[in-house]
Design a protein around this ligand. Structure first.
Ligand SMILES: O=C(O)C(=O)C[C@]1(C(=O)O)C=C[C@@H](O)C=C1
Length: 369
């Protein structure tokens, strides 16, 4: 039996809440003062034809506040609070339109809200190709696409489009991705098919084999689309996250059934470099490239020598077949640093000289949590 709780000190509670109300009024006045200053920045930028969104500035603001915070707010609470504040301030300057793999309720949408905050114009798209197309055509200022998953590896279509289109990466963000088994009725009996994006079906392969053997796995364009279908058909179950469950009113039959509990997806934020300025150094940056070398012994080793020689660290090295039929590969490389740093610039120049193909996909602030 639980201990009977002590009677609440009503007077003490009221006094504390009155003080919280007073602090909230102060915060509101300060936030409005901040918003006014952001509007002045916006007017200045408009006069100079300069874009509103400055990811390196936002990353630096958050980094500095996390460093200087005296607590007791945990450092992890700082980034989401200030992302929202800056999102609202940015929206007063100009609306930011962001394309992503929709519909409502996808992990991509969650990543968009985490990165840009909620004061944006959402442009949900039916495919990754459409995200690139909308951003290239100027229907969106930015696009957000998944590029790799910690369980399943690269998202090939995103990498192929980064290679093939002139869009550049200006930011990154990552999400812990938990898939639940969702259904309109609260029972596992009579499920004829599990519908989800192929990546989610793959990430839950072990659980589905053990718990729903023989049930069809049907690939659809997104997990949210699967949830939408499951909301209309009682014979279907979907694999999707909390947001899709609440968006489509589905029961969680089994929570977090992905085979890898720490399943993370990394997303890239892309833009058209003719419409937006590229991020300047934030102090903690990543440069992404795609390169190819002629197929000869030692070629990959030689290509990487300049990085070691100039002390530039590599945080990712991924190969994709070049589809030439010659066993040639494209290598997707992430380096630590920004080309404004002379060490990185020299390493990049030497690397370029050692490659038969070389393209910088973008330099951007490392994800801040
Ligand atoms: O500093 C700027 O350039 C601003 O426009 C202000 C501000 C902010 O709210 O702090 C808003 C948008 C930018 O992306 C960066 C920062």
């Amino acid at each position: 039996m639980a201990e009977p709780s002590a009677p609440l000190d009503e007077a003490g509670l009221l006094a504390l809440r009155t003080r919280i109300d007073a602090v909230d009024r102060e915060l509101l006045a300060l936030l409005n003062r901040r918003a006014g200053l952001a509007m002045e920045v916006g007017a200045l930028k408009k006069r100079e034809g300069s874009p509103t969104f400055r990811p390196e500035r936002e990353a630096a603001v958050i980094d500095a506040l996390k460093r200087d915070s005296a607590g007791p707010l945990p450092a992890t609470a700082i980034a989401p609070i200030w992302r929202e504040i800056m999102s609202a301030c940015r929206a007063l300057e100009t609306p930011t339109r962001v394309a992503y793999l929709g519909p409502a309720g996808t992990f991509s949408e969650l990543a968009v809200l985490g990165f840009f905050g909620s004061s944006i114009v959402k442009v949900p798209c039916p495919s990754i190709d459409e995200v690139f197309r909308s951003t290239s055509a100027g229907a969106a200022d930015f696009g957000l696409v998944p590029i790799e998953n910690s369980t399943e590896g690269v998202i090939a279509r995103s990498l192929d489009l980064l290679l093939a289109t002139p869009l550049v990466i200006v930011g990154e963000t990552s999400l812990l991705v938990q898939h639940h088994l969702l259904r309109r009725i609260d029972s596992r009996a009579g499920i004829t098919a599990v519908v989800a994006h192929p990546q989610a079906l793959a990430q839950c392969h072990g659980w589905l084999s053990a718990n729903l053997p023989g049930v069809e796995r049907r690939a659809v364009s997104s997990n949210a689309e699967g949830a939408r279908l499951a909301a209309e058909d009682d014979t279907l179950a979907a694999l999707a996250g909390d947001r899709a469950a609440s968006e489509y009113g589905l029961h969680v039959l089994a929570p977090a059934i992905q085979d890898e509990p720490h399943n993370r997806t990394r997303f890239a934020v892309v833009t058209d470099p003719t419409r937006q300025t590229l991020p300047r150094p934030s102090g903690h940056d990543c440069t992404s490239l795609v390169v190819s070398v002629t197929n000869r012994p030692g070629a990959v080793h030689d290509m990487l020598v300049p990085l070691k020689a100039h002390g530039v660290s590599m945080s990712r090295f991924e190969s994709r077949p070049a589809r030439s039929g010659q066993w040639e590969y494209f290598f997707f490389i992430d380096l630590e640093g920004h080309p404004d740093d002379p060490r990185v610039a020299v390493a990049l120049d030497e690397l370029r000289a050692a490659c038969s193909f070389f393209k910088v996909l973008g330099s951007y602030p490392v994800d801040v949590h």
